[in-house]
Design a protein around this ligand. Structure first.
Ligand code: FES
Length: 625
């Protein structure tokens, strides 16, 4: 059977394969935030002709069904079909990096004092051709040249011997060695004939529980060439890490969880390579930062003991792996470095974030918080660091929210509500982009604005009759944030409950951890906030919501996705890679889930802004207006 796209392309569909799977095999990728479970409604296609079997119609309105919309992941062709892929369903690379983003990253690297010294390097050698007088073997000739050039200890793995004779002779004894840095002895990871010093790229990856982000980095100058992101398709095995561990261990799904994350990375790398015409041999290394469970799944390690007391991972500092061992579709010998973790619930993404924030070098007391699927908090300075995790849930990344989406084109990132008319003003990410959903920063804005304008009460319930935008929807009362061609974008009461639960967990994490180490919010000089909110997070709105403590505004610094920033730094600097390992060794971890104080704090936080309104004097004033 064939699937023809309205663009003219025809692909084969094997029997029993969904349209989504057939498209993936043809390297056409759709957004699929539920990983193909048929529950997110993001993989919409339009059937123009031909019979199909549709196994789920979830999230499709009657109007869409009438127009021929279907979910690609739950649609199976019964004969040759013609389909259209709506623009909003397509997964694309960023293509155009936000102005200044690459410069900011290069500046951050410079500010650390680190040189560009990628963890994987290339060296061009001109070997003296052999003669009757100089008749040592090819391998000895190579080793002699390394000694002469004082290239230090360099291991030549056996696998290169089979082709060495051909490689050295192919371009008149000029060769390029690809090497990976290691503390005791560097290792050759590839040998090419001729001068292949450039182009050379590295791939930095942030494996979030909900979202995976990939940076394509030019290793010769540190430029960020492009970015791509995707929902982590492991979501079909559960939204949170615990459900995925249960699936891996009790339902034998470890291999499939490993394959899912590797396939997501392969998709993103392939999109980036195609879009920039980069061959596999030009990619020298891949650096991954992720929480401990994600790193275990990525490396195919058994995560079962992460979930059971006393919560011990297989490893916190991981040996170097190679692309071929993991199923990454690049040069099989390409080295893969995984960020070191701290404990079962404090992973490499946080070590990477602390490295990016630079708090491990400062004298003053700082707090770092990464708001992703979990909230991970680190308190400390250059001498000590204590960390804890609080389960915030994935709502700020768009998951579990009716019209939630990641902070990409089409996401509402800013909401302001007129206090008189109660009409919202919105800003959408992307030039001339139409609103398609709402991302984390938009949710924080919307809920705090709805609260201040009286649309929402302190418990997060919509006040019916206050605004004509409040109506009864499929999931109960909802507020219409905006109306567009693609339908209305709403925040439902269950969405708002999710947001309030998440913010309560984050605030409880802050206050409990500070108490544990004997400090108060007043002792904190700086609060670094990380998370995939896009380029914009209104700190004041996050304080009104009760997610962040009420501190002077200048003490907050929003850093965006620091996990990927740390991976970017690490790929370009051996010194920073060593610093990351130091951070992981230095950081202590406290288990909050067993703390009564955390539960009490959490319950107190299930109000806007908080049960203890005296901790929010400015918000109290605003409420009177
Ligand atoms: Fe198809 Fe989620 S509904 S991927």
């Amino acid at each position: 059977m064939n699937i023809t796209l309205t663009s003219g392309k025809t692909i084969a569909a094997a029997p029993g394969r969904s349209v989504l799977e057939a498209l993936n095999e043809a390297e056409i990728y759709l957004t699929s935030s539920c990983g193909g479970k048929g529950t997110c409604g993001k993989c919409k296609i339009i059937i123009r002709s031909g019979r199909v079997e549709s196994k789920s119609k979830m999230k499709l309105s009657q109007e869409e069904l009438d127009k021929g919309y279907a979910l690609a992941c739950r649609t199976f062709p019964s004969e040759d079909i013609l389909i259209e892929i709506p623009k909003e369903s397509m997964l694309t690379v960023e293509g155009k990096i936000a102005t200044g983003k690459s410069k900011d990253l290069q500046e951050l690297l410079r500010s650390t004092g680190a040189e560009i010294e990628p963890i994987a390097d290339r060296t061009v050698l001109d070997l003296p051709p052999p003669s009757l007088d100089d008749n040592i073997s090819d391998l000895e000739r190579l080793k002699r040249e390394l000694l002469t050039k004082r290239l230090g200890c360099l291991r030549v793995p056996f696998r290169f011997l089979a082709n060495l004779a051909k490689t050295v002779r192919k371009e008149n004894w000029k060769i390029t060695l690809c090497t990976v840095h290691s503390e005791d002895c560097d290792e050759i990871t590839n040998i090419f004939p001729g001068d292949k010093k450039t182009p050379r790229y590295g791939i930095a990856v942030d494996i979030g529980t909900t979202t995976i982000v990939v940076y394509l980095v030019d290793l010769s100058n540190g430029e960020l060439v492009d970015v791509a992101s995707i929902y982590n398709s492991q979501i079909r095995f559960g939204d949170d890490v615990i459900t995925r561990i249960v699936n891996a261990t009790e339902h034998n799904e470890l291999k499939n969880l490993h394959k899912a994350v590797i396939s997501d990375i392969n998709i993103l790398v392939s999109l980036l390579r195609k879009s920039h015409h980069i061959g596999v041999d030009s990619i020298d290394c891949l650096v991954v930062a992720g929480n401990t469970t994600m790193t275990h799944f990525f490396l195919g390690l058994d995560p079962s003991s992460i979930r059971e007391e006393p919560y011990i991972p297989t490893a916190n500092i991981f040996p170097l792996a190679y692309a071929g061992e993991l199923g990454i579709r690049l040069n099989p010998n390409m080295p893969v470095y995984s960020f070191p973790c701290v404990a079962s619930y404090m992973g490499g993404d946080i070590v990477s974030g602390v490295l990016a924030a630079g708090m491990h070098k400062k004298e003053e007391l700082s707090i770092f918080i990464d708001i992703g699927t979990n909230g991970e908090i680190v308190i400390g300075n250059r001498e000590w660091m204590v960390s804890a995790a609080c389960s915030a849930g994935p709502c700020f990344e768009g998951s579990g929210i009716k019209h939630g989406m990641r902070a990409t084109d089409g996401a509402i990132e800013y909401v302001k509500i007129d206090r008189q008319t109660l009409e919202p003003e919105i800003k959408v990410i992307g030039e001339n982009a139409l609103p398609m959903g709402i991302c984390g920063s938009g949710m924080i804005d919307a809920v705090s604005e709805m609260f201040l304008s009286g649309i929402l009460d302190q418990k997060g319930r919509l006040r019916k009759g206050v605004s004509s935008r409040i109506r009864e929807g499929e999931d109960g009362p909802e507020f219409v944030v905006c109306s567009g061609d693609g339908g209305d974008i709403v925040l439902t009461e269950p969405d708002i409950e999710n947001i309030i639960r998440a913010k309560a967990a984050i605030y409880a994490g802050f206050s409990t951890l500070l108490k544990e180490v004997g400090f108060t919010f007043d002792d904190v000089h700086r609060v670094y906030i990380a998370g995939g909110f896009g380029k914009f997070l209104d700190i004041e709105k996050a304080v009104i919501l009760g997610m962040l403590p009420e501190l002077p505004k200048e003490r907050f610094e929003y850093l965006g996705n620091t996990s990927i920033t740390g991976a970017y730094l690490c790929i370009l600097s051996r010194r920073l890679r060593a610093e990351a390992e130091d951070i992981s060794r230095k950081m202590a971890y406290i288990e909050l889930s067993v703390s009564h104080s955390f539960m009490d704090e959490y319950v107190s936080g299930l109000f806007i802004p908080h049960t203890n309104i005296n901790a929010f004097p400015h918000v109290k004033e605003l409420m009177k207006k």
